[in-house]
Design a protein around this ligand. Structure first.
Ligand code: LMR
Length: 396
Protein backbone atom coordinates (compact mmCIF):
# COMPACT_ATOMS: atom_id res chain seq x y z
CA UNK A 1 0.00 0.00 0.00
CA UNK A 2 2.68 2.52 0.95
CA UNK A 3 4.33 1.78 -2.40
CA UNK A 4 1.63 3.88 -4.10
CA UNK A 5 2.87 7.04 -2.43
CA UNK A 6 4.99 9.75 -4.05
CA UNK A 7 7.46 11.66 -1.89
CA UNK A 8 6.42 15.24 -1.15
CA UNK A 9 8.71 18.26 -0.72
CA UNK A 10 9.29 19.48 2.84
CA UNK A 11 6.88 22.16 4.10
CA UNK A 12 8.09 25.56 2.80
CA UNK A 13 8.23 27.01 6.32
CA UNK A 14 8.95 24.07 8.65
CA UNK A 15 11.39 22.50 6.16
CA UNK A 16 13.62 25.58 6.46
CA UNK A 17 14.05 25.01 10.17
CA UNK A 18 15.54 21.56 9.59
CA UNK A 19 17.97 22.98 7.02
CA UNK A 20 18.95 25.82 9.32
CA UNK A 21 19.66 23.41 12.19
CA UNK A 22 22.01 21.39 9.98
CA UNK A 23 23.96 24.45 8.82
CA UNK A 24 27.35 24.66 10.57
CA UNK A 25 28.13 28.29 9.64
CA UNK A 26 28.49 30.18 12.98
CA UNK A 27 27.09 33.31 11.31
CA UNK A 28 23.86 31.61 10.19
CA UNK A 29 20.61 33.55 10.69
CA UNK A 30 17.15 32.02 10.96
CA UNK A 31 14.48 34.34 9.55
CA UNK A 32 12.18 31.46 8.64
CA UNK A 33 9.51 30.14 10.97
CA UNK A 34 7.52 32.69 12.96
CA UNK A 35 8.83 32.38 16.49
CA UNK A 36 9.77 35.28 18.74
CA UNK A 37 13.45 35.38 19.65
CA UNK A 38 15.10 37.71 22.12
CA UNK A 39 18.20 39.73 21.25
CA UNK A 40 20.39 36.74 22.20
CA UNK A 41 18.55 34.70 19.57
CA UNK A 42 16.82 32.49 22.17
CA UNK A 43 13.20 31.41 22.24
CA UNK A 44 12.71 31.63 26.00
CA UNK A 45 9.67 30.84 28.15
CA UNK A 46 7.74 33.87 29.45
CA UNK A 47 8.09 34.38 33.22
CA UNK A 48 4.32 34.55 33.64
CA UNK A 49 4.10 31.15 31.90
CA UNK A 50 6.72 29.65 34.23
CA UNK A 51 4.79 30.91 37.26
CA UNK A 52 1.45 29.65 35.91
CA UNK A 53 2.99 26.25 35.23
CA UNK A 54 4.31 26.03 38.77
CA UNK A 55 0.91 26.95 40.12
CA UNK A 56 -0.66 24.31 37.91
CA UNK A 57 1.79 21.66 39.08
CA UNK A 58 0.97 22.46 42.71
CA UNK A 59 -2.79 22.56 42.35
CA UNK A 60 -3.79 20.16 39.54
CA UNK A 61 -6.13 17.49 40.89
CA UNK A 62 -6.85 15.15 38.00
CA UNK A 63 -5.89 14.06 34.51
CA UNK A 64 -9.38 12.89 33.61
CA UNK A 65 -10.74 13.55 30.08
CA UNK A 66 -11.59 17.20 29.50
CA UNK A 67 -14.26 16.78 26.76
CA UNK A 68 -14.40 18.15 23.19
CA UNK A 69 -15.09 21.74 24.34
CA UNK A 70 -11.83 21.85 26.26
CA UNK A 71 -11.56 24.01 29.36
CA UNK A 72 -14.66 26.21 29.84
CA UNK A 73 -12.61 28.73 31.86
CA UNK A 74 -10.00 29.03 29.11
CA UNK A 75 -12.77 29.38 26.51
CA UNK A 76 -14.45 32.19 28.47
CA UNK A 77 -11.21 34.02 29.09
CA UNK A 78 -10.14 33.72 25.45
CA UNK A 79 -13.51 34.96 24.26
CA UNK A 80 -13.17 38.03 26.47
CA UNK A 81 -9.59 38.59 25.33
CA UNK A 82 -10.58 38.44 21.70
CA UNK A 83 -13.82 40.43 21.81
CA UNK A 84 -13.34 42.59 24.90
CA UNK A 85 -15.42 41.80 28.02
CA UNK A 86 -18.26 44.19 27.14
CA UNK A 87 -18.76 43.23 23.51
CA UNK A 88 -22.48 43.09 22.49
CA UNK A 89 -22.01 39.58 21.11
CA UNK A 90 -20.99 38.42 24.58
CA UNK A 91 -23.82 40.23 26.31
CA UNK A 92 -26.29 38.67 23.87
CA UNK A 93 -24.82 35.19 24.43
CA UNK A 94 -24.15 34.83 20.69
CA UNK A 95 -20.75 33.13 20.79
CA UNK A 96 -19.49 29.60 21.55
CA UNK A 97 -15.80 28.71 21.85
CA UNK A 98 -13.87 25.45 21.89
CA UNK A 99 -10.22 25.05 22.87
CA UNK A 100 -8.16 23.64 20.01
CA UNK A 101 -4.69 22.20 19.42
CA UNK A 102 -3.06 25.49 18.36
CA UNK A 103 -4.23 27.98 15.76
CA UNK A 104 -3.84 25.38 13.03
CA UNK A 105 -6.18 23.07 14.96
CA UNK A 106 -8.67 25.93 15.21
CA UNK A 107 -8.49 26.52 11.46
CA UNK A 108 -8.94 22.85 10.67
CA UNK A 109 -11.97 22.63 12.99
CA UNK A 110 -13.38 25.77 11.34
CA UNK A 111 -12.81 24.30 7.87
CA UNK A 112 -14.53 21.03 8.76
CA UNK A 113 -17.36 22.98 10.35
CA UNK A 114 -17.81 25.07 7.18
CA UNK A 115 -17.87 21.92 5.09
CA UNK A 116 -20.64 20.51 7.34
CA UNK A 117 -22.60 23.75 6.77
CA UNK A 118 -22.08 23.47 3.01
CA UNK A 119 -20.01 20.75 1.42
CA UNK A 120 -17.64 22.11 -1.21
CA UNK A 121 -18.11 25.68 0.07
CA UNK A 122 -15.83 28.34 -1.35
CA UNK A 123 -13.42 30.16 0.92
CA UNK A 124 -11.66 33.31 -0.25
CA UNK A 125 -8.17 33.94 1.05
CA UNK A 126 -5.92 36.95 0.59
CA UNK A 127 -3.23 36.81 -2.09
CA UNK A 128 -0.81 36.09 -0.50
CA UNK A 129 -1.78 34.27 2.68
CA UNK A 130 -0.11 31.96 5.22
CA UNK A 131 1.36 29.06 3.24
CA UNK A 132 -0.65 26.47 5.20
CA UNK A 133 -4.10 28.06 4.75
CA UNK A 134 -4.77 26.73 1.28
CA UNK A 135 -3.76 23.12 1.93
CA UNK A 136 -5.60 23.08 5.19
CA UNK A 137 -8.89 24.29 3.69
CA UNK A 138 -8.58 22.02 0.66
CA UNK A 139 -8.00 19.07 2.99
CA UNK A 140 -11.51 19.72 4.34
CA UNK A 141 -12.97 19.72 0.83
CA UNK A 142 -13.36 23.50 0.51
CA UNK A 143 -12.72 25.31 -2.74
CA UNK A 144 -10.09 27.98 -2.20
CA UNK A 145 -10.14 31.23 -4.22
CA UNK A 146 -8.05 34.34 -3.80
CA UNK A 147 -8.83 38.03 -3.47
CA UNK A 148 -6.10 40.61 -4.23
CA UNK A 149 -4.33 41.91 -1.16
CA UNK A 150 -0.64 42.83 -1.31
CA UNK A 151 0.85 44.84 -4.12
CA UNK A 152 4.40 43.54 -4.50
CA UNK A 153 5.40 46.54 -6.65
CA UNK A 154 4.29 49.33 -4.36
CA UNK A 155 4.67 47.26 -1.14
CA UNK A 156 1.26 48.46 -0.07
CA UNK A 157 -2.23 47.08 0.22
CA UNK A 158 -4.16 46.60 -3.02
CA UNK A 159 -7.20 47.82 -1.17
CA UNK A 160 -9.45 48.93 -4.05
CA UNK A 161 -8.95 45.61 -5.82
CA UNK A 162 -9.56 43.73 -2.57
CA UNK A 163 -12.82 45.56 -1.94
CA UNK A 164 -14.00 45.04 -5.52
CA UNK A 165 -13.28 41.31 -5.28
CA UNK A 166 -15.11 40.99 -1.97
CA UNK A 167 -18.16 42.69 -3.50
CA UNK A 168 -18.31 39.88 -6.06
CA UNK A 169 -18.24 36.90 -3.68
CA UNK A 170 -21.40 34.97 -3.08
CA UNK A 171 -23.49 35.21 0.11
CA UNK A 172 -22.83 31.58 0.97
CA UNK A 173 -19.05 31.90 0.60
CA UNK A 174 -16.61 32.30 3.44
CA UNK A 175 -13.97 35.05 3.45
CA UNK A 176 -10.80 34.57 5.46
CA UNK A 177 -9.38 37.79 6.92
CA UNK A 178 -6.26 38.20 9.05
CA UNK A 179 -7.18 40.14 12.19
CA UNK A 180 -3.73 41.75 12.45
CA UNK A 181 -0.05 41.24 11.62
CA UNK A 182 -0.86 39.79 8.21
CA UNK A 183 1.15 36.65 7.57
CA UNK A 184 3.19 36.81 5.31
CA UNK A 185 3.10 40.48 4.25
CA UNK A 186 2.90 42.43 7.55
CA UNK A 187 0.45 44.71 5.72
CA UNK A 188 -2.64 45.35 7.84
CA UNK A 189 -5.95 47.06 7.12
CA UNK A 190 -6.30 50.53 8.65
CA UNK A 191 -9.28 51.40 10.85
CA UNK A 192 -11.03 53.06 7.89
CA UNK A 193 -10.32 50.09 5.64
CA UNK A 194 -11.76 47.68 8.21
CA UNK A 195 -14.89 49.82 8.33
CA UNK A 196 -15.26 49.51 4.57
CA UNK A 197 -14.67 45.76 4.60
CA UNK A 198 -17.31 45.37 7.32
CA UNK A 199 -19.79 47.34 5.18
CA UNK A 200 -19.13 45.01 2.24
CA UNK A 201 -19.53 41.94 4.48
CA UNK A 202 -22.91 43.29 5.63
CA UNK A 203 -24.05 44.09 2.09
CA UNK A 204 -22.91 40.84 0.50
CA UNK A 205 -23.72 38.60 3.45
CA UNK A 206 -20.66 36.32 3.22
CA UNK A 207 -19.41 34.63 6.39
CA UNK A 208 -16.16 36.13 7.69
CA UNK A 209 -13.61 33.71 9.13
CA UNK A 210 -11.08 35.78 11.03
CA UNK A 211 -7.69 34.30 11.82
CA UNK A 212 -6.08 36.02 14.80
CA UNK A 213 -2.73 34.37 15.44
CA UNK A 214 -0.81 37.47 16.58
CA UNK A 215 -3.04 39.50 18.93
CA UNK A 216 -0.76 41.93 20.76
CA UNK A 217 2.13 41.73 18.30
CA UNK A 218 1.03 44.68 16.14
CA UNK A 219 -0.09 47.80 18.03
CA UNK A 220 -1.51 46.25 21.22
CA UNK A 221 -4.09 43.73 22.43
CA UNK A 222 -7.07 46.06 21.93
CA UNK A 223 -5.86 47.79 18.77
CA UNK A 224 -5.09 44.50 17.04
CA UNK A 225 -8.62 43.24 17.65
CA UNK A 226 -10.34 46.38 16.29
CA UNK A 227 -11.43 44.95 12.93
CA UNK A 228 -12.47 41.61 14.38
CA UNK A 229 -14.61 43.29 17.04
CA UNK A 230 -16.21 45.64 14.54
CA UNK A 231 -17.01 42.75 12.21
CA UNK A 232 -18.50 40.72 15.09
CA UNK A 233 -20.76 43.66 15.96
CA UNK A 234 -22.10 43.93 12.44
CA UNK A 235 -22.62 40.46 10.99
CA UNK A 236 -25.02 37.71 11.92
CA UNK A 237 -22.61 34.81 11.69
CA UNK A 238 -18.85 34.66 11.93
CA UNK A 239 -16.02 32.27 12.79
CA UNK A 240 -12.87 33.21 14.71
CA UNK A 241 -9.68 31.18 14.96
CA UNK A 242 -7.15 32.32 17.51
CA UNK A 243 -3.82 31.09 18.77
CA UNK A 244 -1.77 31.36 21.97
CA UNK A 245 1.40 30.15 20.26
CA UNK A 246 2.90 33.59 19.72
CA UNK A 247 1.47 35.98 22.30
CA UNK A 248 1.97 33.50 25.17
CA UNK A 249 5.02 31.89 23.55
CA UNK A 250 3.29 28.50 23.88
CA UNK A 251 4.42 27.17 20.51
CA UNK A 252 4.74 23.53 21.42
CA UNK A 253 1.82 23.30 23.85
CA UNK A 254 -0.56 23.60 20.90
CA UNK A 255 -3.28 25.82 22.30
CA UNK A 256 -5.73 28.00 20.43
CA UNK A 257 -9.48 28.45 20.10
CA UNK A 258 -12.22 28.29 17.53
CA UNK A 259 -15.26 30.48 18.17
CA UNK A 260 -18.53 30.69 16.29
CA UNK A 261 -20.88 33.64 16.45
CA UNK A 262 -24.52 32.95 15.57
CA UNK A 263 -27.66 34.96 15.00
CA UNK A 264 -29.70 33.46 17.83
CA UNK A 265 -28.96 31.26 20.81
CA UNK A 266 -31.07 28.46 19.31
CA UNK A 267 -29.26 28.38 15.96
CA UNK A 268 -25.95 28.78 17.75
CA UNK A 269 -26.55 25.80 20.02
CA UNK A 270 -27.34 23.65 16.99
CA UNK A 271 -24.16 24.89 15.29
CA UNK A 272 -22.17 24.25 18.46
CA UNK A 273 -23.34 20.63 18.59
CA UNK A 274 -21.94 20.24 15.07
CA UNK A 275 -18.70 21.94 16.09
CA UNK A 276 -18.29 19.47 18.95
CA UNK A 277 -18.95 16.52 16.67
CA UNK A 278 -16.27 17.85 14.28
CA UNK A 279 -13.80 17.93 17.18
CA UNK A 280 -14.78 14.43 18.29
CA UNK A 281 -13.98 12.84 14.94
CA UNK A 282 -10.66 14.62 14.47
CA UNK A 283 -8.91 14.52 17.85
CA UNK A 284 -11.69 13.84 20.35
CA UNK A 285 -10.64 16.56 22.75
CA UNK A 286 -7.87 19.17 22.97
CA UNK A 287 -4.72 18.96 25.10
CA UNK A 288 -5.25 20.66 28.48
CA UNK A 289 -1.86 21.93 29.58
CA UNK A 290 -1.60 25.07 27.44
CA UNK A 291 -5.18 26.07 28.26
CA UNK A 292 -4.45 25.69 31.98
CA UNK A 293 -1.45 28.02 31.67
CA UNK A 294 -3.38 30.67 29.76
CA UNK A 295 -6.43 30.60 32.06
CA UNK A 296 -4.17 30.84 35.12
CA UNK A 297 -2.49 33.93 33.67
CA UNK A 298 -5.69 35.60 32.53
CA UNK A 299 -7.51 35.08 35.86
CA UNK A 300 -4.68 36.37 38.06
CA UNK A 301 -4.21 40.16 38.25
CA UNK A 302 -0.51 39.71 38.96
CA UNK A 303 0.23 37.26 36.17
CA UNK A 304 -1.98 39.08 33.69
CA UNK A 305 -0.13 42.34 34.29
CA UNK A 306 3.16 40.56 33.95
CA UNK A 307 1.98 39.05 30.67
CA UNK A 308 0.99 42.53 29.36
CA UNK A 309 4.53 43.68 30.09
CA UNK A 310 6.23 40.68 28.53
CA UNK A 311 4.01 40.94 25.47
CA UNK A 312 4.83 44.66 25.16
CA UNK A 313 8.54 43.82 25.31
CA UNK A 314 8.17 41.35 22.44
CA UNK A 315 6.15 43.84 20.39
CA UNK A 316 8.58 46.69 21.03
CA UNK A 317 11.57 44.57 20.08
CA UNK A 318 9.95 43.55 16.80
CA UNK A 319 9.02 47.14 15.98
CA UNK A 320 12.54 48.27 16.90
CA UNK A 321 13.98 45.61 14.61
CA UNK A 322 11.85 46.88 11.74
CA UNK A 323 13.42 50.33 11.94
CA UNK A 324 16.88 48.83 12.54
CA UNK A 325 16.65 46.79 9.33
CA UNK A 326 15.71 49.87 7.32
CA UNK A 327 18.51 51.96 8.87
CA UNK A 328 21.21 49.31 8.56
CA UNK A 329 20.44 48.53 4.93
CA UNK A 330 20.80 52.24 4.16
CA UNK A 331 23.99 52.49 6.20
CA UNK A 332 25.47 49.62 4.16
CA UNK A 333 24.93 51.45 0.91
CA UNK A 334 21.68 49.82 -0.23
CA UNK A 335 19.92 52.39 -2.37
CA UNK A 336 16.61 50.59 -2.72
CA UNK A 337 13.87 51.98 -0.46
CA UNK A 338 13.08 49.53 2.34
CA UNK A 339 11.18 52.01 4.51
CA UNK A 340 7.99 49.96 4.01
CA UNK A 341 9.38 47.40 6.49
CA UNK A 342 9.16 49.94 9.30
CA UNK A 343 5.52 50.68 8.49
CA UNK A 344 4.34 47.06 8.44
CA UNK A 345 3.19 45.08 11.46
CA UNK A 346 3.86 41.88 13.30
CA UNK A 347 6.33 39.10 12.77
CA UNK A 348 6.77 39.19 9.01
CA UNK A 349 7.51 41.30 5.97
CA UNK A 350 8.58 40.43 2.47
CA UNK A 351 12.09 41.68 1.86
CA UNK A 352 11.01 41.99 -1.77
CA UNK A 353 13.93 40.13 -3.39
CA UNK A 354 13.68 37.37 -6.01
CA UNK A 355 13.54 33.63 -5.16
CA UNK A 356 17.03 33.36 -6.68
CA UNK A 357 18.34 36.03 -4.33
CA UNK A 358 16.64 34.28 -1.39
CA UNK A 359 18.45 31.09 -2.41
CA UNK A 360 21.73 32.96 -2.76
CA UNK A 361 21.36 34.37 0.74
CA UNK A 362 20.86 30.84 2.00
CA UNK A 363 23.63 29.15 -0.02
CA UNK A 364 26.32 31.81 0.30
CA UNK A 365 25.52 33.53 3.58
CA UNK A 366 23.49 30.98 5.59
CA UNK A 367 20.59 33.43 5.92
CA UNK A 368 17.32 31.54 5.90
CA UNK A 369 13.98 33.02 4.85
CA UNK A 370 10.94 31.61 3.03
CA UNK A 371 11.25 31.48 -0.81
CA UNK A 372 8.75 34.33 -1.16
CA UNK A 373 11.33 36.48 0.74
CA UNK A 374 9.11 36.48 3.83
CA UNK A 375 11.39 37.15 6.74
CA UNK A 376 10.68 36.69 10.42
CA UNK A 377 11.67 40.06 11.85
CA UNK A 378 12.34 38.70 15.36
CA UNK A 379 15.27 36.66 14.00
CA UNK A 380 17.28 39.88 13.68
CA UNK A 381 19.51 40.64 16.67
CA UNK A 382 22.19 43.21 17.50
CA UNK A 383 24.78 40.46 16.92
CA UNK A 384 23.64 39.64 13.37
CA UNK A 385 22.13 42.84 11.93
CA UNK A 386 25.39 44.04 10.39
CA UNK A 387 26.11 40.68 8.79
CA UNK A 388 22.52 40.58 7.52
CA UNK A 389 22.64 44.09 6.04
CA UNK A 390 26.07 43.53 4.45
CA UNK A 391 24.95 40.23 2.92
CA UNK A 392 21.77 41.75 1.49
CA UNK A 393 23.84 44.66 0.12
CA UNK A 394 26.09 42.15 -1.63
CA UNK A 395 23.35 40.09 -3.24
CA UNK A 396 21.56 43.23 -4.41
C1 LMR B 1 4.74 30.72 10.49
O1 LMR B 1 4.00 31.17 9.60
O2 LMR B 1 5.96 30.71 10.41
C2 LMR B 1 4.11 30.16 11.74
O3 LMR B 1 2.75 30.38 11.74
C3 LMR B 1 4.49 28.77 12.01
C4 LMR B 1 3.87 27.79 11.07
O4 LMR B 1 3.28 26.82 11.56
O5 LMR B 1 3.96 27.96 9.85
Amino acid sequence: MFGNLQALPADPILGLLAKYRQDTNPQKIDLGVGVYKNDAGDVTILDCVKKAEKHRLDTEQTKVYIGPTGSPLFNDEMTKLILGAEHPVLTADRIRTVSTPGGTGALRVAAEFVSRCKSNATIWVSNPTWANHTGLFQASGLTVKEYPYYNYETKTLDFDAMLEALKQVSADDVVLLHACCHNPSGMDLSVEQWQQVVEVAKDVGFTPLIDMAYQGFGDGLEEDAYGLRLMAENVKEMIICSSCSKNFGLYRERIGACSIIGESTTSLDIANSVLLSVVRVIYSMPPAHGAAIVETILTSDELRNQWYQELAEMRDRINGNRQLIVDKLKENGVERDFSFIANQKGMFSFLGITPEQVQQLQDEYSIYMVGSSRMSIAGIASSNIDYFAQSVAKIL
